[in-house]
Design a protein around this ligand. Sequence first.
Ligand code: SF4
Length: 390
Amino acid sequence: METTLTNLLDLDPAQLIDYCAQLGEKPFRAKQLQRWIHQFGADDFDNMTDLAKSLREKLKTRAHVTAPAVISDHTSTDGTRKWLVDVGNGNAVETVFIPEENRGTLCISTQAGCAVNCRFCSTGKQGFNRNLTVAEIIGQLWMAEFELRRTKGIEPGPKGERQITNVVMMGMGEPLLNYEPTATALKLMLDDNAYGLSRRRVTLSTSGVVPMIDKLSQDVPVALAVSLHASNDELRNGLVPLNKKYPLAELLAACKRYLEFAPRDFITFEYCMLDGFNDSDEHARELVALVNHPVTGINCKFNLIPFNPFPESGLTRSKNPRIKAFAEVLMNAGIVTTIRKTRGDDIDAACGQLAGEVQDRTRVQARMEKMAEYQQKFGADFGKIVEIRS
Ligand code: SF4
């Protein structure tokens, strides 16, 4: 009878203990195994030298450690590195590493495609393909951390310098619509026998799936970012269709409840700057009224994102002076506000440009060509780092 091999990347710490128990092994063996996998990047049981030989032999016939295969690997002139990873059946997702002076941030995907269909997001335009498994989600971190170390000649294991210090779930997909695998992957990121990241260094970005925000606050309250993009329901209904189901009042109430379980934290509100659409001083004042309200007010910061236009959206990027003026209204009201610089655009890794490679992995070159075409159409700064200082 054929037995299916278990991919150990699919198991969270508790599940790995159960798995080892089924093999007649004690819980400490699960911890050893977990350290080999997630701290040393080991995928060959023969290399796990402090495991008993009998256990290694058992594992070889019943389990494997397999992250999604890398289809392409590009490094931008600014050091941003983007992998396109295969998640089967013609689907692929992107994983992006953004190095900065004191930290390295990995942006990972949780779904192939996305059903939410936000108007400003090119991922949404391709529709939903499927949810990623735990192994496919945590496997992006596993692959990236150990690949970055290999590239730099840094030894695996806790003594080697960690390359990824922060994780953001802001890639393809709505993480809270793929809840269980996402929560399991988050638990592994925080676990001391795996990646040991502090929960404030792991950010989940959601378009506002209210019941799942509450669930996350109970299960694994990592830092929360919310794609807001509008200052009232009418505007948001046209940008984030999910708003019709969970309007702003409900969303903000969920954010407030979330902070009860993540004290001393704040919510990051992401706000895509769309020319003539959501970027007036009046919109900024409306936002101030929302988040500084004496009853519903929320401890928050704003991250203004210059939009990267794509033709199907019918939207364009706000001009830089407008973005600055908008930021000033927020800052004058005492709200911490940053303006995101886009990164890695020469390899097409800017936010909202994740679509198009799913279903057809031969299109990387075609997309590069398309980027050149967009630059001709929208100006030379399309896809370039936006130099705005607040
Ligand atoms: S912004 Fe996020 S939730 Fe909205 S369509 Fe894009 S990937 Fe989905």
